[in-house]
Design a protein around this ligand. Structure first.
Ligand SMILES: N[C@@H](CCC(=O)N[C@@H](CS)C(=O)NCC(=O)O)C(=O)O
Length: 243
């Protein structure tokens, strides 16, 4: 049995981490049995979630998890796609993971009202005397990471402009198709679903969310993906498959 190490459902999302959601959707697409464990962060091989344990073998990082599933279980997440579509899928995935993601981090962790009702909650089990110190330490570290990555060198308006451009690109490529590459979901949908759902999350008030809400096709897409892969979750951000 595969164990997926995750943070756990939060803010109306399957997981606050889009990378964890991506990995879970891939497991669902593969039709493999798995269980979720929300207690593995401290033992994460690369210090991040997600990772999986597959019969004693630990694989960290959502892309390596995908490649592991493809290799070990002979799953083709891109069945029927042309080489051109596969290349486009990879580019969109990395745009979401390495660019849009950091705009989401900025909106959730460094906008004070969003931080107060969002990530601050992750620390609620930490004893009161050390909690503010730990929160300040983690935020300082994350700020440094954001700066090192590059996104943190921009002002808020510039960050929003970059994130919005990614949302528009996803919406325009999706266009009227039911799923990202056509009539059926493929591997790239695990990523685009996870990051668009995270952007639309109504728990956070962000200009990026407002930008995403303008695209009805994105809302229907999230509704469609949720109905297919998380039927028990109801709706994410009130998105219906047909609206
Ligand atoms: N490249 C990784 C990124 C995973 C990632 O950034 N996870 C974040 C949550 S969204 C994390 O665990 N951060 C904890 C930390 O950096 O301390 C993947 O694809 O899995």
């Amino acid at each position: 049995m595969i164990t997926l190490y995750a943070f756990g459902t939060a803010f109306g999302l399957p997981d606050p981490s889009p990378f964890v959601t991506k990995a879970e959707v891939l497991l669902k697409m593969a039709g493999l049995a798995y269980r979720i464990d929300n207690t593995g962060f401290r033992r994460a091989p690369k210090g991040k979630l997600p990772y999986i344990d597959d019969d004693g073998e630990r694989i960290a990082d959502s892309t390596f998890i995908r490649w592991h599933l493809e290799n070990k279980y002979h799953i083709d997440f891109e069945k029927g796609l042309s080489a051109e579509q596969r290349a486009i899928g990879w580019a969109f995935e990395k745009m979401a993971e390495d660019n849009l993601y950091w705009a989401l981090v900025d909106a959730r962790w460094f906008d004070e009202p969003n931080f107060a009702k969002g990530p601050r909650e992750f620390f609620r089990k930490i004893p009161t005397p050390v909690r503010p110190l730990l929160i300040a330490f983690i935020r300082r570290q994350l700020k440094r990471t954001l700066y090192g990555q590059g996104m943190g060198r921009h002002n808020r308006a510039e960050i929003v402009a970059l994130g919005t451009r990614s949302i528009v690109a996803i919406a325009e490529f999706l266009s009227t198709k039911p799923f990202f590459m056509g009539s059926e979901p493929t591997g790239v949908d695990a990523t685009t679903f996870a990051f668009v759902a995270g952007t639309l999350c109504p728990h956070f008030d962000t200009p990026l969310r407002t930008a995403a809400e303008c695209h009805n096709n994105l809302r229907r897409y999230i509704g469609r993906m949720t109905a297919r892969f998380y039927p028990d979750l109801g709706q994410i951000a009130g998105c219906k498959a047909a609206a």
